[in-house]
Design a protein around this ligand. Structure first.
Ligand SMILES: [Zn+2]
Length: 116
């Protein structure tokens, strides 16, 4: 046995919980590699055409629930672009004013130099 390998028996022999779903027979309580079923059950699901023809009937499948972690400002997309543009305009204005102040300072310095 390696000195550096983890000595946890549970990691090499995991136990399935009651919620564990077998992907082969779709039953709970065992892993797929422990499945003893030979015949796979047929799980029906709507085709894409059926979903497109009856969007209300398959609304749950087609559209998953909205992520609740999303901030409020992204939930309603109305006015988001205007908000971003306004912020950028304010930033640009502040930069322009800073540049103007710098130019004014330089002008004052050059005038002082010209006088002296
Ligand atoms: Zn199974």
């Amino acid at each position: 046995m390696s000195r550096f390998a983890p000595h946890r028996p549970s990691s090499s022999n995991p136990r399935p919980s009651a919620d564990t779903v077998c992907q082969k027979c779709l039953q709970r309580g065992h892993y797929t590699f422990n499945c003893k079923t030979t015949a796979r059950p047929y799980a029906t699901r709507p085709s894409r055409t059926q979903m497109l023809e009856n969007p209300d009937k398959f609304a749950k499948i087609a559209r998953p629930a909205v992520n609740e972690d999303l901030p409020d400002e992204f939930l309603s997309k109305k006015g988001l672009a205007d908000k971003i543009l306004k912020e950028n305009a304010l930033k640009r204005e502040a930069e322009e004013q800073a540049a103007k102040r710098k130019l004014a300072l330089k002008g004052a310095e050059s005038r002082r130099v010209f006088k002296g």
